[in-house]
Design a protein around this ligand. Sequence first.
Ligand code: DON
Length: 307
Amino acid sequence: MKQVNYKTIFNDIFLELKPIEKKGAPASYIPELCNVDPDKLGIHLSNVDGEHFYQGDSEERFSIQSISKVFSLALAIRVIGQKLWTRVGVEPSGSAFNSLVQLEHEEGIPRNPFINAGAIVVCDVLITYLQDPKQELLDFIRKVADNPALQYKQSVAESEMMTGDRNKALIYLMRDFGNIHNDVEQVLDLYFYLCSIEMNCRELARSFMFLATHGMDQSSGEMIVSPSQAKRINTVMQLCGFYDEAGEFSFKVGLPGKSGVGGGIVALHPGKYTVAVWSPRLNGKGNSYMGMKVLELLTTKTEDSIF
Ligand code: DON
């Protein structure tokens, strides 16, 4: 593997982006997410050989929000395999993560598992098949992160339950089309729990490592998902991980990735590395403004993407 001096590259990137560090604003539609210093910036890259490179606020935990939807997807695939794709699609939506418009036209089948509607359906599936969905989901996340200390944040989950009218509209619309099989309150409770998981950049990079190693856990060697399932999850990330900005992220960064409205982004280079960035100020599409730029500069300066 080509030796890359990530430390120097991170230094250069942080310096280069200084002039735009105040662009964008943290998500305000979830009040709890505003209780964070908007100027935080951290990055952690872990390679498949177990080396680590980091800079800035990479050890501070934050709300990973929609990044968690990759874990719920992986768990649902483990539990019901191919059958999942009768309930949710694999196409980019081209619309906002919380849009209602497409769902009406497409009769309650969400375009993909990463828009809010899709992740809500995945939560509904987990409730059908798991005995203790919240605990089993948290256990799964702790397992892929190799970290039994990970937790969700109750105040964030509650804040979303209070203000989540759009998610409530999405779930009722899907229930009307027959694509929600369990109690609406229970499904939303699991969905908000999932979104309120907290991690720092190092923990996030570790928890996505199985997707950079063809489904295998880096320390135990256990298969978390099969190589084919890992391929599919990465493909859905590439196509849908940034909602109506998925094309832009692919175009500029050239890696599969997933964002969250807490300002986190995880991306990975299969066979090489995972990288997590955190900067809470978001752009108009709900993705981290600086996070996108940091990753664009990373793959540009290293001249290394999947393309
Ligand atoms: O349901 C919501 O709106 C949030 N809990 C998650 C949205 C999100 O993270 C979109 N990502 N950029």
